[in-house]
Write a protein that binds this ligand. Structure first.
Ligand code: FES
Ligand SMILES: [Fe+2]
Length: 369
C-alpha cells in the first residue's frame, strides 16, 4: 500500500482529521491490514470456561488462517494451525468437547491432543516418512483473566502488556470465574474500522439509539485512553440496569485492534470484529455471566440478549449507511469532536502507528537487498 505521508501523521485531537475514506474502501487495504495488524496482534478465541476438560476444542479464523485451540490430556491449553500436514485438510470444522484425539476431516490422519501425528492410514509404502516431522504447527497462546488469545507472530510481545491495568481498574469484578453462555454472530456490510469507530463514541447515541439514551445519564459518561486500549464508563443504578441487581460501574473497553469488553457486575459481553473483505466484517458477540442457572438470572439473560440485539441492529444500520457515504465522491476526510471522539482519534492514531511500522520494515528490507 502507498500512503500520503501527511495522512500518516498523528496530530493532536483538536487539529486532527479522520483517516481518509479510501482506507475504508480500497480492496487492497484488506491484505495490507492482515499482514500489518491481524498477523501481529493478539486475537481473542474464547473464554476458558468453554474449554474446561481434556479434548475440548475451539476453532477460530485469525487473519484468514484456520486456528484450533485444544485442552490437552495434561490439562494444558495449546493452539495450532487447524491445518493437516498431509494435504491441508481441516482438523476440526467446529467447536467440540471431550475428544480423545484430533482427526483430520479429509483422509482421517489422527493427531494427539498435544499435536503429535499418531495415525496415518495406508501409508506403509511411503518412503522416507517420519511421523515426528508432521506434527501440527503450533501457534502462540496466552490467557488474560480467563480469556484465551492467540498470536500468529513468531515472537509477540506478552499479552499482559496490552491489557495492563484493566484487572486493577475493574476490581473487585473478575472475568475468569464467569461462564460462557452463548455466541451470536452478525455479518455487517461495512469495513471493520467503521464498526470500531462507531463503538468508540457516544456522540451518536441520541440519534441512533434514542431509547437507550433515555436510560443513561450522559453527564456521567466518560472516555479515557491508554496505551493500547480505551475505556468508556458510566455509573449504573439498579433502576436503569437490566442486567444486575446492584449499582456499580459499566465498563466498555476497546483493546486494539478489534476487541471489545463490555463489563457489568456479573456479566461480560465480548465483541470481536473480523474483517471479511474491504467492505464487510463479522462481529462475534460472546455472552458470559456469573449466574446462568437461577430463574431470575435466566430472565435477565433473556432480556440482555434481546436488548443487545436491538441496539446492535441500530448500529449495523448506521454503519452500513456510513460505508456508502465513505465510498461516495462527496467524502474524503472529516474532523473530531474533542469532547466526544477522543477514543476514535486514539484508535486511528494506533492504526497509523502500525501502518508506519510496516512501512519502515519494508523500507529496511529494500535497503538490505
Ligand atoms: S489432508 Fe488431512 S488426512 Fe489428508
Ligand atoms: Fe451504537
Amino acid at each position: 500500500m502507498r500512503f500520503l505521508q501527511n495522512d500518516l501523521k498523528i496530530k493532536p485531537l483538536a487539529r486532527a482529521e479522520t483517516i481518509p475514506s479510501d482506507w475504508y474502501t480500497d480492496p487492497a487495504m484488506n491484505a495490507f491490514e492482515r499482514k500489518t495488524i491481524f498477523d501481529k496482534t493478539w486475537q481473542f478465541v474464547c473464554h476458558i470456561s468453554k474449554l474446561s476438560n481434556p479434548g475440548d476444542h475451539a476453532v477460530a479464523s485469525v487473519a484468514d488462517n484456520p486456528v484450533l485451540v485444544v485442552r490437552g490430556s495434561d490439562g494444558s491449553l495449546r493452539a495450532f494451525y487447524n491445518v493437516c500436514r498431509h494435504r491441508g485438510g481441516p482438523i476440526a470444522v467446529e467447536d467440540g468437547c471431550g475428544v480423545k484425539a484430533l482427526q483430520c476431516k479429509y483422509h482421517g490422519w489422527t493427531y494427539t491432543l498435544e499435536g503429535h501425528l499418531r495415525g496415518v492410514p495406508k501409508f506403509d509404502r511411503t518412503e522416507l516418512f517420519n511421523k515426528k516431522d508432521y506434527g501440527l504447527v503450533p501457534v502462540n497462546l496466552d490467557i488474560w483473566d480467563g480469556l484465551i488469545f492467540v498470536n500468529l507472530d513468531e515472537k509477540p510481545a506478552p499479552l499482559a502488556k496490552f491489557y495492563h491495568g484493566i484487572s486493577e481498574r475493574i476490581h473487585p469484578l473478575k472475568l475468569e470465574p464467569m461462564r460462557f453462555h452463548q455466541r451470536v454472530i452478525y455479518d455487517v456490510q461495512c469495513n471493520w474500522k467503521v464498526y470500531v469507530d462507531n463503538y468508540l463514541e457516544g456522540y451518536h447515541l441520541p440519534f441512533v439509539h434514542p431509547e437507550l439514551c433515555k436510560l443513561l445519564d450522559y453527564a456521567q459518561y466518560q472516555t479515557e485512553t491508554f496505551e493500547y486500549y480505551s475505556l468508556q464508563h458510566s455509573p449504573i443504578t439498579p433502576e436503569e440496569n437490566i442486567y444486575t441487581s446492584g449499582a456499580g460501574t459499566a465498563f466498555y473497553y476497546f483493546v486494539f485492534p478489534n476487541f471489545m469488553l463490555n463489563i457489568l457486575p456479573g456479566r461480560l459481553q465480548t465483541n470481536l470484529v473480523l474483517p471479511l473483505s474491504h467492505d464487510r466484517c463479522r462481529v462475534i458477540f460472546d455472552y458470559h455471566y456469573n449466574d446462568t442457572e437461577s430463574e431470575i438470572a435466566r430472565k435477565k439473560i433473556d432480556d440482555d440478549l434481546k436488548y443487545s440485539d436491538w441496539v446492535q441492529h441500530e448500529d449495523i444500520t448506521i454503519c452500513e449507511h456510513v460505508q456508502k457515504g465513505l465510498n461516495s465522491k462527496a467524502y474524503t476526510k472529516g474532523r473530531f469532536s474533542v469532547e466526544m471522539e477522543n477514543a476514535v482519534h486514539h484508535f486511528q492514531s494506533l492504526l497509523k502507528t502500525y501502518y508506519k511500522k510496516s512501512q519502515s520494515r519494508s523500507s529496511k528490507r529494500k535497503i538490505s537487498k
